[in-house]
Design a protein around this ligand. Structure first.
Ligand SMILES: Cc1cc2nc3c(=O)[nH]c(=O)nc-3n(C[C@H](O)[C@H](O)[C@H](O)COP(=O)(O)O)c2cc1C
Length: 164
């Protein structure tokens, strides 16, 4: 059920969860919306501790020989490098619109990608699809971020968060 695609739906579910769950709540946001910043604000207003974005973009592929969708349920989630520019823009939109921390993801497969998300305003990043190609990717990205910070004379990653 896509309850996160309207401000009202997102607010209702966050409020309901908040009433019963008192530990850290990070709300994962869908990119399949017109204004993700307003949905993030609705989650913040109802007590979310953080938001993470983006989830997958709805996509479709067609088997032209059989003239039917390739996926049995017609549509599916698009992830990986193709979604990175969309994700970065949305992370930047949301980071400028809320006071709670933003977790950025969507197409990250290198340290440079991760640094882009940090500069866009994410205070943490996640990696999904790239793990299928390289199970060591999170360690490589972590080390690459540290190398970049050292080369640029940064004492802490916080020096680059939201610098764009
Ligand atoms: C195989 C697969 C399964 C996923 N399952 C979930 C899920 O259960 N819940 C969720 O919030 N996101 C799920 N996602 C979305 C990812 O967590 C992530 O938001 C999205 O893929 C973008 O990041 P990425 O490009 O690094 O994969 C899934 C993604 C993939 C590829």
């Amino acid at each position: 059920m896509a309850f996160g695609v309207t401000c009202g739906g997102a607010a209702t579910i966050v409020k309901a969860v908040r009433q019963h769950y008192h530990k850290t709540m990070i709300v994962k946001l869908s990119p399949n919306v017109t204004d993700i910043a307003s949905i993030a604000r609705a989650c913040e207003d109802e007590g979310a501790d953080s938001v993470s974005l983006i989830n997958t973009l709805m996509g479709m592929a067609i088997d032209i020989e059989h003239r039917c969708p390739k996926l049995s349920i017609r549509t599916g989630g698009l992830s990986g490098p193709a979604v990175k520019p969309v994700a970065l823009r949305m992370v930047n939109d949301v980071a400028k619109s809320v006071r709670i921390p933003v977790v950025g993801l969507g197409g990250i497969s290198t340290a440079e990608d991760a640094i882009e998300f940090l500069m866009a305003g994410a205070t943490a990043i996640q990696i999904g699809t790239a793990n299928f190609l390289d199970p060591q990717i999170t360690i490589k990205v972590r080390d690459g971020i540290n190398d970049w910070l050292d080369r640029h004379g940064c004492q802490s990653v916080s020096e680059i968060i939201g610098c764009v």
